[in-house]
Design a protein around this ligand. Structure first.
Ligand SMILES: [Zn+2]
Length: 789
């Protein structure tokens, strides 16, 4: 049994968040699968007890003081030899255990492992500093240092090398050898060749200085920490983001070794051996890799340049380049040291990790190299909103996590950007943004709270959903008449609380008693519905009926109110055109269309929107000075003429507007001429004046007529649908209410005429729920429905 390793296990971080850090770290410095070149065999001779004695040594202790440690002059010469390579390097030394952790006691109880580790570490520190290195230690006295904070502090210090110093333990008092651990093993993603390089150098010089063999299980004496903890390794090595080794100098459980370890001079020899190993490692050179390109690319097959250098020369057969841990092609220019990366696949928007591996001609690999770059504007912040924040522990329950990713200007990140998502309940998936959002539903797995982490590259968010059986909670799904989930529906509760359903139609109500409450459920393209929340955890499905049978789902419509050329030219008509465009937008959306209002869109953006939607319909409400409503078809397309004819018919059949004969007027150019497009001009009885009070009804009537014209043009059949007509009165006076707004089943907006009458044609729905927008002032007095033939 290996005592210090056992300690490591006890202190392995158990929380899921630490697990996330681990994963994050792996992702960040995902390294390299290449095997090292076979190492030169080290001649670790079996040590026949060498009874060479030196001044100051006890007669019972057998060790040899290295010749270059026997005089201050020779010691100085050796240190000077390494100075050129060590100067400016930062070495983090981690003496294992200490403080409350003094459990590693030698057989005769003469030594504690923590103390020997510290003695060796301090000696090593002195040698490294004399050679010009910066040294940082995890502890310099007998204090408690948590396991996790050791690599954390090394990472924060930007150290080049991490050296953890330990002494080993075994049940057999004769077991004794020297070994140096590196993290992971060749062929796995977490393997870092430079750590293996350093381990070999230290192993060779330390075992020689101590006159110890290496372990039988290893050819060169180094060992993977996966041999001790398969797949995990030691926490300190796993979490250190630099070239890192853990040195097990020898076994303090050996009765023979115990006598040697007591001696300060022997501890000095240990430090000297490690120092030699580090010195020879850095003298052999460490290749440098640098990112040469910009870090933001517009193309999804970016041209990325890396630069590699090493005074001993680069082994061009050793180069490997990875994006997101996948092998990439490259061209290497030996003269300039430039690696031109050739991406082998199209990359998604957002961050990607570029990593690379290279050896110099002495066989030393570069330290960990991983840099992020971005396709498009990178995410700046990812936010997570969980609904609810606590839920019952039942595996039947579910919570919705809404993730939002925005750039540094708070704009939604690009569609398709992947967001990696992991939970403590073993969910590990990738979500893709749409309109800057992504949703996922989580259920408890019976093990308590759910922790999660979401990230793109280095931008991450973490959250937790508590399980708590005491808080009120219910949830359900919103589906259409064909049982298909309706995404992003809204559930409104009395008092104005509004909940957005997920992309898969799930909604959650929590935090207050909701059983018995009436909720209004609405979604774009569907008639709203009023439901009573039942007293149960999972509500029955809420079925919404599509408006106009959902005819316009998948249809894109551009609506544009023409703006006057100069201010004040005809503000009344401009008002009318704008209001009509707004109402038309609402109506079209209610039947499922995707509508862009171009009225206030800059012309460049307008052109790019139009060319991105070649099958869209373009509708303009314009400021033509005519007395009647005029329909102008535009552009050369036949479909424009058909649409204008349908709109004229609909306005005649379903409105009280006076319609001018369809005036074919063909113009439009560029992108516009490729679209089905119609312009509508509004009636104006006078050149500069117009009865202001009539605007709302005229605007709505025109919008309603145009809407019905579009419905019929795409194949919506009015036959079998309903005509709904109602009178609206003022509550107090009982007079007809002119030009007031009413809503039909929460989805369609209408405006009464001057006689207080509102009409909807061609409505497909099961029940009619007509309500004034201001129920305190107005009342519906009669609703007539009639099936159209
Ligand atoms: Zn230890």
């Amino acid at each position: 049994m290996n005592a210090c390793v056992a300690d490591s296990r006890q202190s392995l971080p158990e929380s899921c968040l630490s697990a996330f850090h681990r994963v994050y770290f792996k992702a960040r410095l995902r390294i390299f699968t290449e095997c090292m070149k076979p190492n030169k065999p080290l001649h670790i001779a079996i040590i026949v007890c060498v009874a060479a004695l030196f001044a100051g040594c006890s007669t019972s202790v057998r060790y040899i003081v290295p010749s270059d440690l026997q005089s201050p002059e020779k010691t100085e010469q050796t240190i000077a030899k390494y100075t050129s390579a060590l100067k400016g390097k930062t070495v983090f030394i981690d003496p294992g255990h200490g403080g409350e952790d003094r459990s590693g006691v030698s057989p005769n109880e003469e030594l504690v492992e923590a103390d020997i580790n510290l003695r060796v570490a301090k000696k090593l520190r002195d040698y490294l500093m004399r050679a010009g290195a910066n040294v940082i230690m995890s502890r310099e006295s007998d204090i408690t240092v948590p396991l996790a904070s050791r690599p954390e502090r090394a990472n924060a210090s930007n150290a080049d090398l991490f050296i953890s110093i330990h002494h080993n333990a075994a049940g057999n008092p004769e077991t004794n050898y020297t070994t140096v651990f590196y993290h992971s093993k060749p062929g796995t993603a977490a393997y870092l060749p430079s750590s293996h390089d350093l381990a070999k150098f230290i192993q060779r010089d330390l075992a020689y200085a101590m006159r110890n063999p290496g372990p039988l299980a290893s050819f060169d004496g180094t060992m993977s920490d996966y041999l001790i903890y398969p797949g995990e390794g030691f926490a300190v090595l796993r979490d250190a983001q630099m070239t890192a080794v853990l040195v097990e100098c020898s076994f303090f459980t050996s009765t023979y070794e115990e006598q040697r370890l007591k001696e300060a001079l022997y501890n000095d020899i240990e430090a000297w051996g490690i120092f030699h190993g580090i010195g020879k490692y850095v003298l052999a050179g460490i290749p440098n890799i640098a990112f040469e390109s910009s870090r933001i690319f517009t193309s999804n097959t970016p041209k990325i340049d890396l630069h590699v250098s090493d005074e001993h020369g680069i082994d061009d057969q050793s180069i490997k380049v990875f994006i997101d841990n996948k092998d990439q092609g490259f061209l290497f220019n030996k003269n300039s040291g430039t690696i031109e990366v050739q991406t082998l696949q199209e990359l998604s928007p957002g961050y990607h990790l570029l990593s690379a591996q290279v050896r110099n001609l002495n066989g030393n690999s570069a330290g960990p190299f991983g840099e992020y770059f971005s396709i498009g504007i990178p995410p700046h912040t990812i936010r997570a909103v969980t609904t609810p924040s606590s839920l019952p522990g039942s595996t039947e329950a579910l919570a919705i996590v809404r993730l939002e990713a925005v750039d540094s200007l708070n704009r939604p990140c690009a569609d398709g950007m992947p967001i990696h998502f992991e939970t403590s309940t073993a969910i590990d998936t990738v979500l893709h943004l749409r309109d800057g959002r992504a949703f996922i539903q989580l259920s408890p797995d019976g093990s308590g709270d759910i922790g999660f982490r979401a990230w793109n590259g280095p931008v991450a968010t973490e959250g937790q959903i508590r399980t708590d059986d005491s808080s009120p909670y219910t949830y359900g799904y919103i589906v259409d008449h064909e049982d298909t989930p309706i995404p992003y529906a809204t559930v409104r509760l009395p008092g104005g609380t509004s909940i957005e359903a997920s992309n898969s139609g799930a909604y959650v109500l929590s935090g207050r008693r909701v059983a018995g409450l009436e909720a209004v459920v609405s979604a774009n393209g569907y008639f709203s519905k009023r439901i009573a929340i039942e007293d149960r955890m999972k509500q029955p499905p809420i079925v919404l009926q599509p408006v106009a049978r959902g005819t316009l789902r998948g249809q894109t419509v551009f609506v544009e109110a023409e703006r006057p050329l100069f201010l004040g030219s005809d503000s009344t008509k401009q008002h009318l055109a704008a209001q009509s465009a707004g109402l038309l937008t609402e109506l079209l959306q209610s039947s499922g269309a995707q509508v862009f209002d171009l009225t206030h869109t800059a012309s460049q953006e307008r052109d790019s929107l139009l060319s991105a939607h070649p099958n869209a319909i373009v509708l303009q409400t314009i400021l033509d000075r005519r007395y009647n409503t005029t329909i102008l078809r535009r552009g050369p397309l036949e479909s424009s003429r058909d649409l204008s004819r349908h709109i004229v018919d609909a306005l005649r059949d379903h409105t009280d507007l006076r319609i001018q004969q369809n005036v074919p007027r063909i113009w439009g150019s560029g992108a516009l001429s490729e679209h089905t497009q119609v312009s509508v001009s509004f009636p104006a009885p006078g050149r500069w004046t117009y009865e202001e009070s009539r605007i709302p009804h005229t605007a709505w009537t025109a919008a309603w007529g145009i809407y019905n014209g579009i419905l019929t043009s795409v194949g919506y059949d009015m036959k079998g649908t309903k005509l709904v007509e109602a009178n609206v009165v003022e509550k107090e006076s009982r007079n007809p209410a002119s030009y007031v707004e009413v809503v039909l089943n929460g989805a369609l907006r209408g405006i009464t005429n001057e006689k207080g009458v509102v009409r909807f044609y061609g409505v497909s729905l099961d029940h009619d729920d007509l309500a004034p927008v201001e129920p305190g002032l107005y009342e519906i007095t009669g609703v007539k429905t009639e099936i159209l033939h």
